[in-house]
Design a protein around this ligand. Structure first.
Ligand SMILES: Cc1ncc(COP(=O)(O)O)c(C=O)c1O
Length: 378
C-alpha cells in the first residue's frame, strides 16, 4: 500500500485529518491533465466530462447513495453545509441541535441562521458520557435539524450515525452529517444511517485535492431546498445556450451553478480509484492496526489519550497530551523534525491512514521521546 505513495522517506506523515497526501496515480493524472491542457487545450472536453461522471459514480458507491444523480460537487464542506442551511425553509422559533466542540464550519453555518429566528443548540461533548442520548435529549418539538460531524476533528470521537439517524427519522427531524473525518476510513451507508444530508471535502482521508467536496441530499428532499446560486450549469438543459426558458436540473446538479472544477475532478477520481480498489473494510482494518499501535505507544509512555480507546468510538484520529507539557511547543518541535501532525483541542493529533507503515508511527514516537528528553531551550 505504501508503494502507491511517493512520500519523502524522512517524513512521518500523520496528518490525514488536516490534508492528506496524494497517491502516486493522482499526481500522475494531474501531470497528464496539465500536459494535455498545454498541448491540446480542451479538445478532450467530452472525455473530461466522462471523468466527472465516473467521480459521481464512485462517490455514490462510497456513501451507498441510490444514484450518481444524488451527488453534487461543491467547493468545500463549508459551502455544501451553507447550501443546506440556507436552502431549508425555516420557521421562526425552530432550532438546530449540534455539538459545542465542533469544527467551526459546523457551528458558524448554523449560527448564521439566527437572523431568521433559528436557534443553534450545542451539546458540551466533554461533559457527556453518552453523546447520542444527550443530543436526542436536546431536541424538542421545535427541532428541525440535527447537524453533527461523524468524527470530531479534535478528539477523534466518532458518533453512532445509525442510532442518531433512526431517532431523527422517527421524530421527523432532518439529519445532516459532516463526514469529512470519517469518509475514506470507515464504511459509509447513507441509507443505513438514514442521513438526509452528507457532506465531505476530498482533501483529507479521500486523498484528493482541496477545493472539491461531496454534497449528498436525499433525493426526496432535493426539491424542498430553496436554491441560492444560479447559472448555466444548474439547469436541466445544460449546454443548450439558446434555450431561453429554464428549470433547475432534476438531479443534484441543480446545486452546481457554474463550470466544474475539472482539474480537481481528475485528481479526486484517481484517488478514489485507489480507495475503491482496496475497499472500505480493508482500509478500516488497516487504519485500526495503525491506531491500535499508536495507542499502545501512547499508553506505554504514560501519555494521556484524548481519543476514546474503544475502536467503535473512533476512526483515524488519535489525540493525546503529554503530562505537564503544553502541546503547542511539542507540536512545533515535531514539525521541525518532519513529523507532520497537528495541534488540536489542547493535544497533539496524529492521524495515520491505511498506507502508513507502523515503522513511521514508531519513528514519530521516538522523535517525540528525543524532544521530551532534550533540555528546554534557554
Ligand atoms: C469536521 C470538519 N469539517 C470541515 C472541515 C473543512 O471544511 P472545508 O472543507 O470547508 O474547508 C474540517 C477541516 O479540518 C473538519 O475537520
Amino acid at each position: 500500500m505504501s508503494e502507491d505513495f511517493t512520500l519523502d522517506p524522512e517524513l512521518c506523515h500523520l496528518n490525514h485529518a488536516a490534508v492528506g497526501p496524494w497517491p502516486r496515480r493522482t499526481a500522475e493524472v494531474v501531470a497528464r491533465f496539465a500536459e494535455e491542457n498545454a498541448h491540446a487545450g480542451s479538445l478532450a472536453y467530452p472525455q473530461w466530462l466522462e471523468v466527472e461522471q465516473r467521480l459521481r459514480e464512485r462517490l455514490a458507491r462510497l456513501i451507498g447513495a441510490v444514484s450518481p444523480a444524488d451527488i453534487a460537487l461543491a467547493k468545500n464542506t463549508s459551502e455544501a453545509l451553507s447550501v443546506i442551511a440556507h436552502g431549508i425553509v425555516w420557521r421562526d422559533g425552530q432550532n438546530i441541535v449540534g455539538i459545542q466542540q465542533e469544527f467551526p464550519s459546523n457551528r458558524i453555518v448554523w449560527e448564521s441562521l439566527a437572523t431568521q429566528g433559528v436557534e443553534w443548540r450545542g451539546l458540551d461533548l466533554d461533559a457527556s458520557s453518552d453523546p447520542e442520548a444527550d443530543l436526542m435529549a436536546l431536541c424538542d418539538d421545535e427541532t428541525r435539524l440535527l447537524a453533527v460531524s461523524w468524527v470530531q476533528y479534535a478528539s477523534g470521537r466518532r458518533l453512532d450515525l445509525e442510532r442518531l439517524g433512526t431517532y431523527c427519522r422517527a421524530k421527523g427531524i432532518l439529519f445532516c452529517v459532516d463526514a469529512i473525518q470519517g469518509l475514506g476510513v470507515l464504511p459509509c451507508d447513507v441509507q443505513r444511517f438514514q442521513t438526509d444530508f452528507l457532506v465531505a471535502d476530498g482533501h483529507k482521508w479521500l486523498l484528493g485535492p482541496e477545493g472539491l467536496a461531496l454534497l449528498y441530499v436525499r433525493p426526496e428532499l432535493r426539491e424542498t431546498l430553496t436554491l441560492r446560486q444560479f447559472g448555466w450549469h444548474m439547469v436541466e438543459q445544460v449546454g443548450d445556450f439558446d434555450q431561453v426558458d429554464w428549470v433547475p436540473a432534476e438531479s443534484a446538479r441543480r446545486f452546481e451553478c457554474g463550470s466544474p472544477n475539472l482539474l480537481g475532478i481528475h485528481a479526486l477520481e484517481a484517488s478514489l480509484s485507489l480507495i475503491e480498489e482496496l475497499g472500505p473494510e480493508t482500509i478500516w482494518t488497516r487504519v485500526q492496526e495503525c491506531t491500535n499501535h499508536l495507542i499502545e505507544a501512547i499508553d506505554r509512555r504514560g501519555f494521556e489519550l484524548l481519543t476514546p480507546s474503544d475502536p467503535a468510538l473512533r476512526a483515524g484520529i488519535i489525540s493525546f497530551r503529554v503530562p505537564d507539557r503544553s502541546a503547542e511547543p511539542l507540536y512545533r518541535a515535531l514539525m521541525q523534525r518532519k513529523v507532520l501532525c497537528a495541534c488540536r483541542g489542547g493535544g497533539i493529533r496524529f492521524s495515520p491512514h491505511f498506507h502508513t507503515p507502523l515503522s513511521v508511527i514508531d519513528r514519530a514516537m521516538e522523535i517525540l521521546d528525543e524532544i521530551l528528553a532534550a533540555p528546554p531551550a534557554s
